[in-house]
Design a protein around this ligand. Structure first.
Ligand code: PAF
Length: 282
């Protein structure tokens, strides 16, 4: 597998293997690759002549230094997984210096308010960091299509907004959430859970499934109160937020409108490890 640690070498290589008609699929990741990532990569491989995967733990999107320090870094394992999937994958695993040229700071973005909800409220500066790195990676890789998981649904909507506002040529493809056998949403952070915590974390998705059932008859405020109580009765978890929101604007749903699509979003701390999940409600 071809691995590049610097943008100049990667760009030169891409230039040498592509023509103006070539399709490049791109899967940006922060590594600690799991089945969810591999499914995105598999989709890219099936839809494009070339697939680039990036592995970069982007410091500017972490508002919590402990979360950044403890984020799993497993490059050797990741390379093995990618090689086993398809040795034609092109891996870009840059250094912070290669990406930020000595200035690891975020650009400031206006995502028309999408950035102020949920993750944006609880992780100040997070989406400026995401916007900065994704835009930079798109400039370097120049992909035809880029693949993002729906677990980070807010991120997906924000990336789509950034592409639209900047008239970028890349097509953004959202892909369904991959779940473990107990239905916990796959995440690199799951690696940090103990086996017992990982098992018990099934409670997050089980709660969302009940939310979906309740959404047919109950109001968003009644459902929210029910969720708060469920988590109060389960001391392993600290509920950071539970929100039912409009899929397009991500603004909180106070009253249902039958013409809109809604989603429930949840963020939970398990032993200080932050897990998020989401479910479509209608
Ligand atoms: O979802 C992620 O893993 C990251 O936010 C991304 C898109 C790779 C940007 O660092």
């Amino acid at each position: 597998m071809n691995i590049f640690y610097g943008k100049v070498a990667l760009r030169d290589y891409l230039k040498s293997i592509t023509t103006s008609n070539s399709n490049i699929g791109f899967v940006p990741t922060m590594g600690a690759l799991h089945q969810g990532h591999l499914a995105l990569i598999q989709k890219s491989l099936s839809e494009n002549e070339h697939t680039v995967v990036s592995i970069f733990v982007n410091p500017t999107q972490f508002n919590n230094p402990e979360d950044l320090a403890k984020y799993p870094r497993t490059l050797e394992e990741d390379v093995k997984k990618l090689t086993a999937l398809d040795p034609k994958i092109i891996l870009y695993a840059p250094t912070v210096e290669d990406i930020y040229d000595g200035k690891p700071v975020s650009q400031s973005f206006n995502f028309d308010g999408l950035e102020n909800q949920m993750e944006g409220k609880f992780r100040p500066g997070h989406f400026d960091g995401v916007g900065t790195i994704v835009k930079r990676l798109f400039e370097i890789v120049a992909p035809t299509k880029a693949y993002f998981g729906e677990k980070d649904f807010q991120q997906l909507q924000i990336v789509k907004k950034m592409v639209a506002k900047n008239n970028l040529k890349v097509k953004i493809i959202g892909c369904p959430i991959f779940r473990e056998t107990n239905h916990l949403a796959m995440s690199s952070r799951n690696e940090r859970l103990s086996p017992l915590e990982r098992d018990k974390a099934a409670f997050i998705y089980e709660t969302l499934v009940q939310v979906k059932q309740k959404f047919t008859s109950d109001s968003p405020s009644v459902i929210s109160e029910w969720v708060q109580n469920e988590f109060k009765n389960n001391p392993l978890f600290t509920l950071e937020y539970f929100v039912i929101a409009d899929e397009e604007t991500l603004s909180e749903c106070k009253q249902k409108n039958k013409n809109k699509k809604y989603r429930a979003f949840i963020a939970v701390l398990v032993n200080n490890i932050r897990l998020i999940d989401t479910i479509s409600l209608n």
